[in-house]
Design a protein around this ligand. Structure first.
Ligand code: NDP
Ligand code: 8X3
Length: 257
């Protein structure tokens, strides 16, 4: 197991759910974390809390991954202290709506494609050259069970996560001679803000997604990310699928009354 102490970890989407859990999990291991997302106040609060509880350096970075210029300018202007990023966690992402394709609003597609695919590409493109120059880096993408299986009413969200899977595989091939590890962690149902955002703030609909089962938590996913990041140097975890015990596939879930 390799140590994460004093490593620099860049996490997108760190204000909530899986990304936030990853920020705490890496900090607990002694890593210094760059936490990025759009909500500045929340980032600052989380940064203060991590510093207080884990005594590591934390850089809160306001960043909308959809904005290509903002991504490049922000990452290119990191100070020497922060720019030697060892591990990138591409986590920022969302689903908008759960609708039959022909009843969906194309605005939802734009937002999912811009965030889940293009955002991941921009951040990776901005950070990877430095990793190659320094001779080491680990890119861990947060994909989904929806990257392996399609389900009804999820055409575009599933397509974005299939894209993450394809990008992960291709990137691993392109960097095979550069000592860069590329991995994807693909969870099923995780109770975070994900469903509230998918259903545009409708708490009842969001709650119903997890009714009758014990879903994964952000911390469960962060555990898998930490496992992936701490293998000996000759080991690369290519992919982990992580499901709640009551979930068998994207569409098969056992719910107790
Ligand atoms: P949350 O809604 O709890 O968190 C999403 C995070 O992404 C927030 O921190 C949000 O921060 C950030 N984010 C969203 N849009 C942008 C953007 N344009 N730029 C920067 N940051 C952004 O959801 P989860 O933690 O569940 O989701 C995290 C990832 O996990 C996503 O990629 C999702 O697809 C994936 N996933 C989730 C599963 C689940 O069941 N929950 C299962 C499988 C995968 P802010 O609003 O402050 O910008
Ligand atoms: C999130 C899990 O099943 O809602 O990626 O697509 S699911």
């Amino acid at each position: 197991m390799i140590s994460l102490k004093n490593k620099i970890i860049f996490i997108t989407g760190a204000t909530s759910g899986i990304g936030k859990a990853c920020a705490y999990a890496f900090a607990k291991e002694g890593a210094n974390v760059i936490i990025s997302a759009r909500r500045k106040e929340l980032l600052n609060e989380i940064a203060d809390d991590i510093r207080t509880n884990h005594n590591v350096n934390v850089l809160p970075l306001m960043l909308d991954v959809r904005n290509r210029k903002e991504v490049f300018d922000t990452i290119n202007s990191l100070t020497d202290e922060w720019k030697k990023i060892d591990i990138l966690i591409n986590n920022a992402g969302l689903a908008r709506g759960l609708n039959k394709f022909y009843e969906d609003n194309p605005d939802n597609w734009e937002e999912m494609i811009d965030t889940n695919i293009k955002g991941l590409l921009y951040v990776t493109y901005a950070i990877l050259p430095g990793m190659i120059e320094r001779g080491f880096g680990h890119i861990i993408n947060i994909g989904s069970i929806a990257g392996h299986e399609a389900y009804p009413k999820g055409a575009v969200y599933c397509a974005t996560k299939h894209a993450v899977d394809a990008i992960t595989k291709s990137l691993r091939m392109d960097t095979i001679d550069k000592n860069i590890l590329v991995s994807t962690i693909d969870p099923g149902l995780v109770e975070t803000n994900f469903s509230k955002i998918r259903f545009d703030g409708d708490e009842e609909k969001a709650k119903a997604v997890y009714k009758g089962l014990i879903p994964l938590t952000g911390e469960d996913v962060a555990d898998a990310v930490i496992f992936c990041a701490t293998r000996p140097p000759h080991v690369n975890i290519a992919q982990i699928t992580l499901l709640a015990s009551q979930q068998a596939s994207a569409t098969i879930v056992y719910r107790k009354e």
